[in-house]
Ligand binder design. Structure first.
Ligand SMILES: [Zn+2]
Length: 378
C-alpha cells in the first residue's frame, strides 16, 4: 500500500490533537502536588494528546455533565472523569505536579477547586458503591477536593518499554506511512490467547491495519505482569501476524475497571491514536461480577449513531471447535460445549504453574512458553 496523508485518517476527538507538552518554567518555587499512579497516567496522556480535547484536569462543569450524562459541558461524548484530587486548596494560582518521589513533571494553572460526592461518582461511573470494587476503592481513598485547570507537562515519564512508546501523533504518522486509513484498535491487559487472536484477525480482515494496544499503566496486582505480557505479544505477532499489518504499542492508561463507561473512554482515546474501529469484547474493562456480559457493548447505544465517529466492533467469546476444525463463536458454530476447547483462567494458571503447556488450540506454544518461564522465575 502507498502512503496516505495524515489528514485522511479519522479526526481526533473534538477535531484536533491538543498535546500539553511544553517548556519548563524558570521559577518552580510553587506549591507541589504529588500525583497517584492513576493521576500520573492521566497526566502523561494529557501530555501526549491521548485525552484530546482535554487540556488539563477537569473543572466542575465538565465533571458534572460527564458524571451525569457522559458528556463534556460542550456536549461532546466523554465517559469518565479525569480529575486530580487534593486535600486542600493550594496557595497561589499555579502549582507544580510531581511524581511520588517529588520529581517535578508539570505545572497546573489553577482555575477551580471544588468538592465532589464520591458515592455519586461511584454510582454513576462504576454502577456500584461497593468499596470492594478496585476502581471504587481507589475513588474512596482519594482526597476530598478536585483541583482543576490546564496543565503544561515539561518532563514526561520514562516509558517502561521505550520500543513500544508511541504518542497519538506517532501512531498517526505510522498509519499514514503504511497507507492505512482504516485501523482497528485492540485494548488488552492480558496475554493474547487464541480466542483474542481470532477476534483481532476477524477485525483485521475488514480494515487496513491492526493496533495491538496493551494497557501498561497500573492494573490490579493479580493481572499478569506487564513485562511478561509484552514478551508474549512479541512472540505472537512475530510468528502469526504479517509485519506490515500490525503495530504493537503501549497504551499508558491506568485501569479503572469501570466496565461499560471505560469501554467508551478506551474507544475515544484510541480515536485520538488514529483508530477508526475499536474491538469491544464481552465484559470489556470489567472486574468480578459487577457488570453484565454485554453491558460494555450496549452502552454504545446511549450515544447517537456515529457521534463517537470511531466504530465499535462487538465480539462474542470465541473458542476452538473440534468439529468445525477452527476458531468460532456461538454466532458461527452450531456445535455444543463438549466439542469446544475451553479452559478457565484458573485452569490455565494451574497448568502453567506446573510447567505444562495448555492445548495448542487454546494458546500458541510460543506464548505458553513465555508464560511458563515467568511462572518459573516468579
Ligand atoms: Zn463447531
Amino acid at each position: 500500500m502507498s502512503a496516505v496523508a495524515v489528514d485522511q485518517l479519522i479526526r481526533p476527538h473534538g477535531g484536533v490533537l491538543v498535546p500539553r507538552a511544553g517548556v519548563r518554567p524558570e521559577n518552580l518555587t510553587l506549591s507541589e502536588v504529588r500525583l497517584t499512579p492513576r493521576e500520573l497516567s492521566d497526566l502523561d496522556m494529557l501530555a501526549s494528546g491521548a485525552l484530546s480535547p482535554l487540556t488539563g484536569f477537569m473543572g466542575q462543569a465538565d465533571y458534572e455533565t460527564v458524571v451525569e450524562s457522559m458528556r463534556l459541558a460542550n456536549g461532546l461524548p466523554w465517559a469518565l472523569p479525569v480529575c486530580l484530587a487534593v486535600a486542600e486548596a493550594p496557595k497561589g494560582d499555579r502549582v507544580v505536579l510531581a511524581d511520588q518521589g517529588g520529581r517535578p513533571l508539570a505545572v497546573l494553572d489553577v482555575e477551580e477547586v471544588y468538592s465532589y460526592d464520591k458515592e455519586r461518582e461511584a454510582e454513576r461511573c462504576f454502577r456500584t458503591t461497593d468499596g470492594e470494587h478496585p476502581g471504587v476503592a481507589q475513588l474512596y481513598a482519594q482526597e476530598q477536593l478536585y483541583l482543576a485547570g490546564p496543565v503544561t507537562v515539561f518532563e514526561r515519564l520514562e516509558p517502561e518499554f521505550p520500543q513500544l512508546h508511541k504518542d497519538p501523533a506517532d501512531t498517526r504518522a505510522l498509519f499514514a506511512e503504511r497507507g492505512w486509513k482504516r485501523v482497528v484498535g485492540f485494548q488488552t491487559r492480558n496475554p493474547i490467547h487464541r480466542a483474542h487472536e481470532y477476534l483481532t484477525k476477524c477485525a483485521l480482515e475488514t480494515v487496513d491495519g491492526l493496533l495491538v494496544h496493551p494497557l501498561v499503566g497500573a492494573t490490579k496486582s493479580d493481572d499478569v505482569p506487564v513485562d511478561v505480557r509484552v514478551k508474549a505479544y512479541d512472540v505472537l505477532t512475530e510468528g502469526y501476524y504479517p509485519a506490515d499489518r500490525v503495530v504493537v504499542s503501549a497504551f499508558p492508561a491506568a485501569m479503572r475497571y469501570a466496565g461499560p463507561r471505560e469501554a467508551i473512554w478506551h474507544a475515544i482515546c484510541r480515536k485520538n491514536y488514529g483508530c477508526s474501529h475499536f474491538i469491544v469484547g464481552r465484559d470489556h474493562a470489567g472486574v468480578g461480577t459487577y457488570y453484565g456480559t454485554y453491558d460494555a457493548q450496549l452502552i454504545f447505544d446511549e450515544l447517537e449513531p456515529h457521534e463517537l465517529d470511531i466504530e465499535p466492533m462487538f465480539f462474542e467469546h470465541s473458542f476452538w471447535c473440534k468439529v468445525c476444525g477452527q476458531m468460532a463463536t456461538a454466532k458461527t458454530c452450531p456445535h455444543g460445549g463438549d466439542d469446544h476447547v475451553f479452559l478457565s483462567g484458573t485452569k490455565v494458571r494451574e497448568l502453567l504453574s506446573e510447567g505444562q503447556l495448555p492445548p495448542e488450540e487454546f494458546t500458541r506454544p510460543e506464548v505458553a512458553e513465555v508464560l511458563i518461564e515467568a511462572y518459573r522465575g516468579g
